[in-house]
Design a protein around this ligand. Sequence first.
Ligand SMILES: [Zn+2]
Length: 247
Amino acid sequence: MLLSSKAIVLKSFPYSNTSIISRLYTEDYGKVSVMAKGARRPKNPLASTLEPLNGIHVNYFSKESRGLQNLKEANSLYIVKNIREDMHSLTTGLTILDILDHTCIEQDPSPILYRLVTKCVNVLEENPGLYKEIFWFFMLQLAIRSGFKPNLDRCGGCLCTMSECVLDIHTGMLSCRNCISIGDNDLNSPQLQVLKKLNVTHINNLSNIELSDKLSNGITQFLLSFLKIHMLGMEKVKSLKIMDQLL
Ligand SMILES: [Zn+2]
């Protein structure tokens, strides 16, 4: 069956002397791996089209019993350029793809996740300096879209209004200091305010969130720990270590 969809390229690697295998996240069919025969032959533009982070429109022959599908054609929707020139934004972009790749299963479409990831990549391309805010936005929205919206207002234990919070690693809920006294994954009051603001800010307005380096430390770790508790596959995301050093 010939299928067609918009997609974002998650990963590509060479296969044999002339071909490429690409893992795509398609809008209509979810994650799928395709073989692009001849893509590495000289002057074939497919190789650059199939670089990770790029947006494409694909046609491929799909057979359900097969793990690898045959690419018929791929046309470029957008090419990422600015992200590749900045180490921080490139690491951020690739980590976002890595998280999506490991937390979703093959052929389980989610047009909402597709739109979230492509929007994050496109905003990052326009504003490489906003890599922290975009990464946090992605993690928070991924949790929400996957059904694990954190309650940033009330303690999961006693329901009091929290001014600061600790992540309860047993329940995955945010708790007050009275309910959980020991824990490494905590947010002080200004950090919790950043997350609350992030929660109600449109992705196009992320530059409105004021940040200091002091606040940044800890927020990334907190969100990653939250995702690790709630989402299967997070433990396999290798790029998190690099991301951790970066933020
Ligand atoms: Zn409490």
